[in-house]
Design a protein. Structure first.
Length: 264
């Protein structure tokens, strides 16, 4: 909270959603004395997605940012984001990973255009949710956080692209992203839960069709595990800028299985 408040403009509001009952977290949140803080609590546990939807609907600002409770906003986060959001609908920045005894390590340090994000999302999620700055209009158009799912940010990116949003990733680091053993993505069953989640499959399939790549589904692929011919996968790499191609090939090598081209 304090790192985000230091980065925020003076006329902004920080809404803290406590997914209750969680008296300890609520007490900690209320110890941060700043007129920009609004703490909202739920008497029952609604889940992350429902909490974010409630926070979104309870505010009316033109721009909306997202922050995880265990991450850190870097001081220039919003200065960088405000400049970029003049030319985009959703802006994410680079995240610096830390925790679990590892040295500080950035995620992919390059920028990504809307086109590149659309090409790569079926294979990998290259965006840090806690770095997001978006127009409310774009979030409403994508029906953000409407239904519970295992990867709410991934669903949001896919639905926002399909609604016509311009999503960009900046090369500038704007958040420190904490790794911990308790986070969902560290679980041994995380990928299995992603594949079996009907909301994720809905968004992924809808984007595959809307983006003109029905082969992602027709080849028997699923989110994060794609099957494609050499020609299909090379078309993905060819669609990104030359400076992004090494990153794209690396992600395809991790997430895609090469299959023979159909006989003529």
């Amino acid at each position: 909270m304090r790192s985000t408040l230091r980065a925020m403009p003076r006329d902004a509001e920080l809404v803290v959603s406590v997914d209750g009952p969680d008296a300890e977290t609520e007490r900690a949140a209320r110890r941060v004395t700043d007129r920009r803080v609004v703490v909202r609590t739920d008497a029952v546990n609604r889940g992350t997605v429902a909490c974010m939807r409630r926070a979104l609907e309870s505010t009316d600002s033109e721009l909306v940012a997202r922050m995880d409770s265990d991450d850190i906003s870097l001081p220039w986060r919003f200065r960088v984001g405000f400049r970029a959001v003049r030319h985009a609908d959703i802006v994410c920045g680079t995240g610096i990973r830390f925790g679990r005894g590892m040295l500080l390590r950035p995620g992919y340090p390059g920028s990504l255009t809307t086109r590149e994000i659309g090409l790569l999302l079926p294979f990998v999620n290259p965006l840090f949710h806690s770095s997001m700055l978006a127009t409310r209009e774009a979030l409403v158009a994508a029906d953000a956080y409407a239904r519970p799912n295992t990867a709410e940010d991934y669903v949001l990116w896919l639905d926002a692209l399909r609604a016509g949003a311009r999503i960009v990733k900046l090369a500038t680091p704007v958040v420190a992203y904490r790794l911990s053993e308790s986070q969902l993505s560290s679980s041994d069953t995380y990928l299995e839960r992603i594949v079996s989640d009907p909301e994720i499959r809905r968004a992924w399939t809808a984007w595959a069709r809307a983006s003109g790549r029905p082969w992602l589904e027709a080849n028997g692929g699923v989110p994060g595990s794609i099957r494609g011919t050499r020609e299909q996968l090379e078309a993905i790499v060819a669609g990104v800028r030359p400076g992004t191609r090494h990153y794209a090939r690396r992600q395809l090598a991790r997430a895609a299985t090469l299959i023979p081209a159909p006989a003529c």
